[in-house]
Design a binder for this molecule. Sequence first.
Ligand code: IPE
Ligand code: IPE
Ligand code: MG
Length: 257
Amino acid sequence: MDFVKFFKNRRSSQETLLNSINRDKIPQHVAIIMDGNGRWAQKRGLPRYAGHKAGVEALKDIVKACIELNIKILSVFAFSTENWKRPKEEVSILMDLLTKYLASEKDDLHKNGVKINCIGSLDKLPESAQNEIAKAYVLTKDNQKLILNIALNYGGRLEIIEAAKKLAVNICEGRMKIDEITEEIFSSFLFTNGQPDPDLLIRPSGEMRLSNFYLWQTAYTELYVSSVLWPDFRKNNLLEAIIDYQNRDRRFGGIKK
Ligand code: IPE
Ligand code: IPE
Ligand code: MG
C-alpha cells in the first residue's frame, strides 16, 4: 500500500470534515459507549484482550480530538455493573489496562488541562485501580479544559437507586422535605452532579441500546450509532458524528423554531 497516499487522503478527508463543522454548535458534552473491542479482535483472529488494548489507543485519540474541538465534557463508558459477568481473566485484564492508562497518561492529561473524573461504584474495584483513580483525581481536579468522566463499575439503575437512598437519608434525618425534590435536586445526587446532560451519545459497533449507561442523563440526548468498532474509532469518526448532530432538530418537546 502507498502509505504517503493513504495519509494524504486521510488528511484531506479530515480537512473536508473540519470545514463542514459549525464551530458555534459544538456539543458541550459528548458521551461514548466504548463498544466492539471483542469483535475487533475476533475479526483479526486475536484474543479479546488485544481488542481492549487497541481500544485504549482509540480513547487517547478521541480525548485529544475533544480538546482540539473545545468539547467541555467527554464521558466514556469503560466498565458496566454487568461486565462482572465476563470471565475473571477478561475482567482482570480490563482493570489492569485501566490502571495502566491512568498511571501512564495522567501527567500528559494534566498538562493538557484535563480533569480525570472516574464515576461509578469505585469502592468495588481492585485496590490498585482505586489508588490510581485517586491519584489521577487529586492531580487533575482543578483542570477546566475538558472533564473526562470515566464510567467504571457504572450502572444507570444503580446510580438512580443510590441517589434515591441518599435523598431518603436526607429526608429521614430532617434535612430535606419530600416536596423539595425537583429534577435539579435529584440530578445533583447522581455521579454527574452539576454537569450538563450529554448533548450527543455515540455508540460504536452498531449496537442500538444504552446497556444501562446514563439512563437519567440521556432524556434529551441525541443518539448516534456508528458501525465502526471502538478500536478503529478516530477523530474523523467523531467529526462525522458531530456533523450529524449539528443537523438534528432538537425540540425538547417543543415545536420547530
Ligand atoms: C467493550 O467491548 C469493552 C467493554 C465492555 C469493557 P466489548 O468487549 O464489549 O466488545 P464486543 O461487544 O464483545 O465486540
Ligand atoms: C456496554 O457494552 C458497556 C461498555 C462498553 C463498558 P457491553 O458490551 O457490555 O454491552 P451489551 O452487553 O452488548 O449490551
Ligand atoms: Mg460489547
